[in-house]
Design a protein around this ligand. Sequence first.
Ligand code: GLP
Length: 259
Amino acid sequence: MKATSLTPSPLVTFLQRALEGHMDGSAVIYRNLANALRLAIAEGVIGHGALLPSERDLGELVGISRTSVRKAMDSLVDDGVLIRRQGARTAVAERVEKPLSSLTSFTEDMRSRGLEPGMVWLSRETGAASPAETMALNLSVGQQVCRLRRLRTGNGKPMAIESAVIPVSFLPDPYEVTSSLYDVLSLRGCRPARALQRLRAAIANADDARLLGLDIGAPLLVAERRCFANDGRPVEFTQTRYCGERYDFIVELRQADTD
Ligand code: GLP
């Protein structure tokens, strides 16, 4: 093996330690490396979005074959932990961190993380509110709503499937929305001022898996948001099914008052 002049980085030192004593049995070496890489990412030894050393350099530095490094990286790419772009080195996949307490739009969430927001329309229509929509939006029976169903993307990668329901009194025509729903609501003077959001874990069904590029059963985070205008009227009832691997929700906690 050719001697390398590369300086071991904190990642390489971490991997060397993690792999110590686990280098026998070539069939599992790549799995051990994949696990060690996962751990390095989870412990923040290498950050989201950071580039990994090339397969050859990593192999030389941790003392395993380039084939095993490639197999380890391939398995992490398949799991969405790493990303490999044409002609570029492999990087740790980005996670979007979203503070739970701010009432931001998907477009703003993506931009604040340096990702380009995008979307694919799945459907948009106007129709009479269903009983559940009538209740959630505090409507009278038979009132009309706009329904927008979109696949939301960040840098072209699927992030979430979003189904929004808005009373026609706030959005008369679903075709008014060409990118951000909240931009349209702002222009109409009814951007949500307050929201109640319920967050729960779920697993991807066949439809989620196909649209988000995940395996059936992969973890999802589902947010159900009811938003209210300044005058208290419900503006939006939306379910967003976030790809669990790419989205983090952050909650700031403060010490409770003790008196
Ligand atoms: C988030 C919220 C949705 C909201 C959407 C608007 O994803 N969970 O409730 O409808 O943002 O995003 P945009 O203005 O980018 O369409």
